[in-house]
Design a protein around this ligand. Structure first.
Ligand code: UDX
Ligand code: UDX
Length: 618
């Protein structure tokens, strides 16, 4: 038991724990939410619960709320509890005044009884419903925002909680929210190391330092570390350079190749090394295993090891086993799955304002430490088991990739029937069940994640004996989409041999210099194989492309790229390509022909300028 927890137990032997809970339902049954708090005798908030329940009656919601709080109180060391609820029905049910007949309720009722039996003294009190009852507000917010998470954190006396209820009468939850975003300075600074300073590692490390934590970023690539020490950030990512500079200056952010020193001085160890696909498409865990062995070699106190790299289902257990088997002497540690959802180009804001934070662990201790670490970030915390957390990452990426392949398939039908896919995705997107996001047709998806993670999930499904036809289709459509782009260019030019093709865009999407699995690079490879002469331009990704692709001439600017070209092909949706002077482009080209694989140019304007225009699905 660490010193910190000792401070949290009952303030005096025999003191009472106070449990408040409320379940709210919209309709009966209807969407329901639960909210709850536990306080000590002096009214200090110990923990909070906020959860979206799905369909339930309010009575069922009331029971769930109480169970969630009582379960979360496990380990706080109280043996006397006072339950306060504004539901007279619930109070009479758990005191046995009312018999619980309904089948739906009975298992919940017995669960409450079992939990209350864990206390030496129990008092249940029905308190009148009050305006702005904090638990009521929590339950409603859970319904409104779909919040979920059993939150148990070592809250400091006076803390207004992780889901603060508005003070009586002001209802200004947002202002209260500001309290949660207080910088770390007013709380304990955490010592963390981030192993693998690539895209995810560097953004994670820099943003955690910006939250006020003490961060050591580690990489085996000493050149990268030397460059970072000089403030030279090796990747193009909006806002990252400024944070690195600021936090190196503040002393919160350090870079080293000394992995053992970094591990020894940190409580939190983020694993963000690359997990490239092996020949079967499975994620290769060699790097993760070697980090686990390094940890085992120097572990010198309680550690929270955080898998942030995209790793197959079961990897949390695997890392645990590797450390246990490699340790000379046992030392307490926990491994947590904490997948990242950073998009390149917006990675910094994705870290600072995530749609959710997923914590996969069975250890309450590790969960509490993780909640502490992420305090300061305003987002729903989803606390779940490690396997579900690992699956959330793959399932999310594969679902987004499915949306992209779906709209590309629809685009191909639109081309055949004379529809406009942009209109179609607009019409679809208004339906909130579909949404507008990830419905832009194009040359197919690329990047370091979607293709790799879809293949890895396919390999996981094969190993689990499930034939994931749908996902196979997603990857097939994606491959075909890039081949269709080449066929479209070939058709426009009446053959590719010796034809000059100007390529605008090399990165797998705009606002990044990353060309990993870039559709643009794949298309160029096919064009070169068919004898085309390619001249390319990209505002950020040319250096990376020069390192991987030969046989391409690189231009200094878009106009130089299109000079003398038979066709201009737009493959990455950089804003600067939308604002080019297209009458000048027309004058420079050998023939005015454009293939816009991102549908980001205006065909009407271009046709007026004498261009032959081809988009995707329009
Ligand atoms: C990585 C994973 O590849 C991806 O699966 C996950 O989703 C996010 O994290 P990324 O950050 O893009 O993606 O990887 P990369 O840019 O290749 O960086 C990995 C870094 O780890 C490299 O700098 C590499 O030098 C470093 N590394 C790798 C180590 O320091 N030690 C190792 O043992 C292996
Ligand atoms: C993705 C996920 O979005 C992110 O949550 C995860 O952590 C890592 O993988 P990223 O690889 O940076 O992020 O790219 P993303 O913005 O998701 O785009 C993926 C690919 O899909 C790109 O090639 C993009 O051009 C393409 N795409 C995306 C489309 O073709 N149409 C769309 O509507 C959206």
């Amino acid at each position: 038991m660490s010193t910190r927890e000792k401070a949290r137990g009952p303030t005096a032997p025999g003191s009472w724990l106070y449990v408040y809970s409320d379940g709210g339902s919209r309709g009966n049954p209807g969407p329901a939410g639960i909210g709850g708090q536990a306080k000590d005798e002096s009214g200090n908030l110990l923990l909070e619960v906020c959860e979206f329940l799905g369909e339930a009656t309010s009575n069922v919601a009331e029971y769930h709320a109480l169970i969630a709080v009582l379960e979360a109180c496990g380990g706080l060391g109280y043996d006397r509890v006072r339950v306060r609820t504004d539901s007279e029905l619930l109070a009479n049910q758990i005191t046995g005044v009312y018999k619980v007949k309904s089948k739906a309720l009975r298992p919940l009722h017995y669960r409450v009884k079992a939990l209350l039996d864990g206390f030496r003294a129990v008092e249940v009190e029905h308190v009148p419903r009050e305006k702005n009852n904090p638990c009521d507000v929590l339950a409603n917010r859970a319904i409104d925002e779909g919040l979920s998470g059993v939150l148990k954190a070592v809250l400091q006396p006076g803390d207004k909680g992780l889901f603060p209820a508005p003070a009586a009468g002001d209802g200004a939850v947002p202002s209260e929210r500001r309290r949660r975003n207080e910088p770390v300075s007013s709380r304990k600074q955490m010592e963390c190391c981030v192993i693998g300073t690539g895209y995810v590692g560097l953004v994670t490390g820099a943003c955690l330092a910006d939250l006020g934590h003490l961060i050591t970023c580690v990489d085996r690539d000493s050149e990268k570390i030397d460059a970072l020490r000089q403030g030279d950030v090796p990747i193009f990512e909006a806002g990252l350079e400024a944070i690195v500079e600021r936090q190196v200056a503040s002393g919160n952010l350090r870079f080293t190749s000394d992995i053992r020193g970094a591990i020894a001085s940190s409580e939190f160890i983020f694993v963000t090394v690359n997990t490239p696909p092996d020949s079967e498409g499975k994620a290769d865990l060699t790097n993760v295993d070697s980090v686990a062995r390094e940890i085992a070699a120097v572990i010198n106190g309680y550690k929270v090891i955080i898998n942030k790299s995209t790793v197959p289902v079961g990897s949390t257990r695997r890392v645990e086993r590797t450390i246990e088997e490699s340790m000379d002497e046992y030392c307490e540690f926990d491994v947590v799955s904490n997948p990242e959802f950073l998009r390149e180009g917006t990675a910094v804001s994705d870290f600072q304002k995530p749609a959710r934070i997923v914590i996969g662990s069975d250890s309450q201790k590790a969960i509490m430490r993780m909640i502490e670490l992420y305090r300061g970030i305003d987002a729903p915390l989803l606390v779940t088991d490690p396997v579900s957390a690992e699956m959330i990452k793959y399932a999310s990426n594969a679902f987004l990739a499915t949306k992209v392949s779906y709209i590309n398939a629809i685009a191909n039908i639109c081309e055949a029937v004379g529809g406009d896919v942009r209109e179609v995705s607009l019409g679809m997107g208004y339906d909130e069940r579909i949404g507008f996001e990830f419905l832009k047709a194009g040359p197919g998806f690329g990047g370091s994640c979607f293709p790799k993670d879809c293949r890895a999930l396919l390999a996981i499904s094969v190993d689990s004996g499930y034939d994931f036809n749908l996902l196979k289709g997603v990857l097939d459509v994606n491959r075909e989409q890039q081949e269709r782009v080449v066929m479209k260019i070939e058709r426009v030019l009446g053959g590719l041999e010796g034809k000059k093709v100007a390529i605008l865009g090399l990165a797998f999407k705009a606002n990044t210099d990353d060309i990993r699995e870039s559709p643009a690079v794949n298309v160029i490879r096919m064009l070169l194989e068919k004898g085309a002469v390619v001249k390319a331009y990209d505002p950020q990704a040319m250096d990376n492309t020069r390192r991987t692709l030969s046989g391409v001439e690189f231009a200094d600017d878009p106009y130089q790229a299109v000079r003398g070209a038979d066709v201009m092909v737009l493959l990455t949706e950089w804003d600067e390509f939308k604002w080019l002077d297209y009458s000048r482009v027309g004058e420079l080209m050998k023939s005015r022909s454009i293939v816009d694989t991102r549908n980001c140019l205006d065909p009407v304007v271009l046709r007026k300028l004498g261009f032959a225009y081809e988009g995707i699905g329009r």
